[in-house]
Design a protein around this ligand. Structure first.
Ligand SMILES: Cc1cc2nc3c(=O)[nH]c(=O)nc-3n(C[C@H](O)[C@H](O)[C@H](O)COP(=O)(O)OP(=O)(O)OC[C@H]3O[C@@H](n4cnc5c(N)ncnc54)[C@H](O)[C@@H]3O)c2cc1C
Length: 485
């Protein structure tokens, strides 16, 4: 197949993919709508602009974020190298000078000879043509000569016209416009003397964990919930955000008892400690078959992260809860990845499969969450595009790696009610024998992932698809020997 690719979106995922593929000899066209058309959150026309915080999280090898970085180094990430080059002091985290970071990315894209098109993609036509609007054309015009491979990396703030076109390709119910995720807590941080296992109206052991309130505990909780500090929404986020989903604090503001007759209803549940129905109950549902993490059912929230920690720890049994992720509600366009993406990030639906172009989805649009995750999925999409052009079938990344676990989680067809996910130890396969000491467990995760990646890299080399060497600060990834020592 011809080594030509069109990439929609020059954010984190699109820029990583573009640089990788250009280095491999692809003719790359990168279509980015800024500065002609703004997203409302970006401020410049530079590629790879960070929209909010300047932190790319921890570099500690025995942390999930650090593990992902080590993998990106081994896979030759361009953007991670630029992040190290523009690093500013931030303790154990990798924080960057945002202008320098996006400046380095933009310079590299120019130097790589990537064809840059400043235009909004407004639709992907059934014959694979990308229709564009730019400064000079108010009416859509076709991008000539579509490439056989296309990466869509238009991010959480994909323009409305393109979102509509993607909806036509994926099906009405398969594109979400905001992220309304409830917090997730680690199972081993819950007090199992208080929290009990039961399903509503069912005898015996059920599927849910239940955190029971008595009347006083409920009153104190609601008082704090309604007064807690919320995240202030930006104007581009407020539209339609709460239409389909009410945050728990809003429900509580409607009336003191409203949560007790809504998400916290206790009907059909009996607390085995009292043999009575509790005054109210928070139900927790397992996030995966291994039941390492549970989400708080119906707890979509706009509370700031510190307030979530403070107020939700007032729930009986959650006094020492460790949060695997906090609840969020913000504008975020993403596809239903478990139903639509394969492990190679290729889009499948009857309409997409009928296109003469193979579409790959990268970045937050594909259902991952976070800067480094977006870079990682852009890199993975480039690996798959490269393999497709070479006619080679790539194995999925091992589940023991942080990126492999993330993609496996995001593309597992059995996942229901999918919300975008960032890397964390809760999605890695557990060890057969439980390791109680947390630090030791995390180190073992990192070591196991590193070994699995070494095996994967050896196979890539055999297939003639070895990644680029990492061009940044010395790897923080331990070698197998170092990890074992
Ligand atoms: C407001 C906000 C704040 C966030 N803050 C953080 C944070 O602090 N930390 C963190 O880890 N993650 C954060 N995220 C989540 C996520 O990590 C970032 O959004 C990240 O930039 C996603 O990378 P991406 O490549 O998928 O998308 P982006 O980096 O957004 O890149 C997508 C690009 O596509 C372009 N584009 C969109 N539509 C079109 C079109 N039709 N035609 C052509 N170009 C188009 C956009 O202009 C943009 O440049 C935030 C998300 C949002 C929305």
């Amino acid at each position: 197949m011809e080594k030509r690719v069109d990439i929609i979106g020059g954010g984190l995922a699109g820029s990583e993919a573009a640089l990788q593929l250009a280095a491999d000899g692809f003719r790359v066209r990168l279509i980015e709508m800024r500065p002609f058309r703004s997203t409302g959150a970006h401020e410049t026309g530079r590629y790879g602009e960070l929209v909010c915080s300047n932190s790319l999280k921890s570099t500690k090898p025995a942390s999930a974020a650090g593990m992902l970085k080590a993998e990106l180094e081994a896979l030759g990430s361009r953007l991670l190298a630029f992040a190290y080059e523009s690093r500013v002091p931030a303790g154990g985290a990798l924080a960057v000078d945002r202008d320098q970071f996006s400046g380095l990315i933009t310079d590299a894209i120019v130097r790589a000879g990537i064809e840059r098109i400043e235009a909004e993609v407004v639709s992907i036509e059934p014959d694979g043509t990308l229709m564009l609007i730019d400064e000079a054309h108010a009416d859509p015009f076709p991008l000539e000569d579509p490439a056989p491979l296309c990466i869509v990396a238009s991010g959480p703030l994909t323009s409305p016209a393109l979102a509509e076109s993607l909806q036509a390709l994926t099906g009405q119910d398969h594109l979400a416009f905001y992220d309304a995720a409830a917090p997730i807590v680690f199972a081993d941080s819950l007090d199992l003397d208080v929290v009990f296992t039961q399903s509503r109206y069912e005898d015996g052991v059920g599927d849910y964990l239940n955190a029971p309130f008595n009347k006083e505990e409920y009153g104190a909780f609601i008082d704090e919930l309604v007064d807690a500090q919320c995240v202030i929404k930006k104007s581009f986020e407020t539209k339609e955000l709460f239409q389909a989903c009410q945050p728990i604090e809003e429900i509580a503001r409607k009336g003191f008892d409203a949560p007790r007759f809504g998400p916290l209803k206790p009907v059909g549940l009996t607390d085995p400690r009292t043999d009575r129905r509790p005054w109210a109950v928070v139900q927790l549902r397992a996030e995966g078959v291994d039941k390492q993490c549970f989400n708080l059912v119906g707890f979509q929230t706009n509370l700031t992260f510190p307030e979530q920690e403070r107020v939700f720890r007032m729930i009986p049994g959650l006094e020492n809860a460790q949060f695997e992720r906090f609840g969020v509600m913000h504008r975020n366009t993403f596809i239903n990845a478990p139903a639509l993406l394969d492990a190679h990030l290729q889009l499948h639906s009857s309409a997409a499969d009928a296109l003469p172009v193979q579409l790959f989805i990268a970045g937050q649009l594909g259902g991952t969450e976070g800067y480094v995750e977006a870079i990682a999925s852009g890199l993975l999409a480039s690996m798959n595009v490269r393999a497709t052009a070479e006619g080679v079938e790539l194995d999925p990344l091992p589940r023991e790696t942080a990126l492999g676990a993330l993609i496996d989680y995001a593309t597992d067809p059995s996942t229901q009610d999918y919300q975008p996910m960032h890397v964390n130890f809760g999605i890695l396969p557990p060890f057969e024998q439980r390791i109680r000491n947390k630090q030791e467990r995390y180190e073992r995760y990192a070591q196991r992932g590193s070994e699995a990646l070494d095996g994967y890299l050896a196979k890539l080399a055999e297939q003639g698809l070895a990644p680029l060497p990492f061009d940044g600060e010395r790897s923080s990834r331990p070698s197998c020997e170092e990890a074992r020592a």
